[in-house]
Design a protein around this ligand. Structure first.
Ligand SMILES: [Zn+2]
Length: 76
């Protein structure tokens, strides 16, 4: 049994590795990252984050989770 599994902040699935979301500070499993990269706001989120780091704002927390994803995961 492995005990180093991590839990995805968004869908709650166990994952071998988590990566940071582009939309907010969540750590995501592969499935959620794939879902983000297919989202219409993904490019916007990446561009915004890039622009912020260019101005020295490394604490930028993202543009926020798009409403449709929020509804999907956080309102039951
Ligand atoms: Zn997930």
């Amino acid at each position: 049994m492995r005990y180093c599994k991590q839990i995805c902040h968004r869908c709650g699935a166990e994952a071998d590795s988590l990566r940071a979301s582009w939309f907010n500070v969540h750590m995501l499993c592969q499935d959620c990252r794939a879902e983000e990269s297919a989202h219409p706001l993904y490019e916007h989120a990446r561009r915004t984050e890039f622009a912020k780091t260019q101005t020295g704002n490394y604490r930028f927390e993202g543009i926020g989770l798009p409403e449709d994803l929020q509804r999907k995961y956080f309102t039951r």
